[in-house]
Design a binder for this molecule. Structure first.
Ligand code: KG4
Ligand code: ZN
Length: 338
């Protein structure tokens, strides 16, 4: 059978990324141009700045992907592109570029759900992974427990009722003046702290697969304020470790519980927070006790990239999910919509 070459584009937030894949799982190029340094001084992503940067970067990122893969444009079989969820202006840059490429090359355009891309990162990392399995999707905007029934069918078991887990990391980091994005900073600091130093609350929401992190966030903010008012020292390493432990304990307990109840032997972690070292460690240990295996992508495949979009786009493509030039950006696209 002829190889299928996918060129994929991701521009939903602050990374301009282009990847080239062979047959969905073999990555020939995965180029990511991050804007993190640019947004750092604002403490978060500024949508207008992000869109403008995507426009400036995308041509060079596309060229670099072709050069790295050693692929000529006429060898590409289809274009995959993130069409949501994300920042509308940022999404539109990648989408317009993808449409122009698909049109001029005369090849199919395939829209990809960014969150399904995060889940698909696991297929690139683990060549033998096949659905069904349970996935814990934890990113800056999402915290979902999802059943992956097959390559195209996703069923939501639970979701956060307020803040996403990554958002909680970012807000706590900002409150302590540590910088953006908060996840990797807190992860690193926590290694030097005592995770039992401060007892922050855990919302288990029994009888539901949903999550809630706003109570924990408020509790950490109250602790920080109280220490300041009392002119007492704040040991940032201990706050980071204790906060992280509260998040990780809830995520791990609920994901393992869901897999057990639904009879799955595999849990895949996806999204930026899946890069968290404490989460990887804790959930692996908890799952092992129940005979459940934990899979997660490499750090580069956890955070935003285009290879994961290419893998999801390949699955859409071979299953006949092809779009036309009327495809629009959907900023609030739900995780279970192809
Ligand atoms: O998936 P992602 O790159 O972008 C979205 O689609 O949101 O996720 C970004 C989020 C940010 O909130 C960031 O703080 C968090 O992932 N993150 C981490 C770690 N690395 C990134 N959170 C905890 N620990 C990490 N090591
Ligand atoms: Zn993402």
């Amino acid at each position: 059978m002829k190889d299928i070459i996918t060129l994929s584009i991701e521009s939903s937030c602050d990374e301009t990324a282009v990847a080239i894949l062979k047959n969905g799982r073999e990555v020939l190029a995965n180029i990511v141009s991050t804007q993190i340094e640019l947004h750092k001084k604002f403490g978060g992503v500024v949508p207008e700045v992000a869109s403008r940067k995507h426009i400036e970067n995308i041509d060079a990122v596309y060229q670099e992907a072709l050069d790295t893969a050693g692929i000529k444009p006429e060898e590409i079989d289809h274009i995959a592109v993130t069409y949501g969820p994300g920042l509308v202006g940022a999404l539109l840059v990648g989408l317009s570029y993808a449409k122009a490429l698909a049109f001029t090359l005369g090849i199919p355009l395939v829209g990809v759900n960014h969150m399904q891309g995060h889940i698909n990162a696991n297929y690139i990392q683990h060549k033998d992974l096949k659905p069904p399995f349970v996935t814990l999707v934890v990113s800056g905007g999402h915290t979902h427990l999802v059943e992956v029934k097959d390559y195209q069918t996703y069923e939501i078991l639970g979701r956060t009722r307020d803040d996403a887990s990554g958002e909680a990391f970012d807000k706590i980091s900002r409150a302590m003046g540590l910088g953006y994005p908060g996840g990797p900073i807190i992860d690193k600091l926590a290694k030097q702290g005592n995770k039992h130093a401060i007892e922050f609350p855990r919302a288990f929401l029994d009888d539901s697969y949903d999550f809630s992190f706003s109570g924990l966030k408020s509790s950490v903010l109250n602790y920080l304020n109280a220490q300041k008012m009392k002119k007492q020292e704040i040991v940032v390493e201990d706050v980071a470790a204790s906060f992280q432990e509260a998040v990780v304990e809830v995520l791990s307990t609920k994901a393992v519980h869901a897999a057990e109840e639904k009879g799955y032997k595999t849990i895949a972690l996806s999204g930026g927070v899946a890069a968290n070292s404490a989460l990887r460690e804790k959930i692996t240990a908890m799952a092992a006790e129940k005979g459940i295996e934990i899979k997660f992508p490499s750090i580069e495949l956890c955070t935003d990239n285009a290879a994961m979009i290419g893998c999801a786009g390949y699955h859409n493509f071979i299953n006949g999910k092809i779009d036309d030039m009327s495809l629009n950006a959907v900023p609030n696209l739900k995780i279970d919509v192809n």
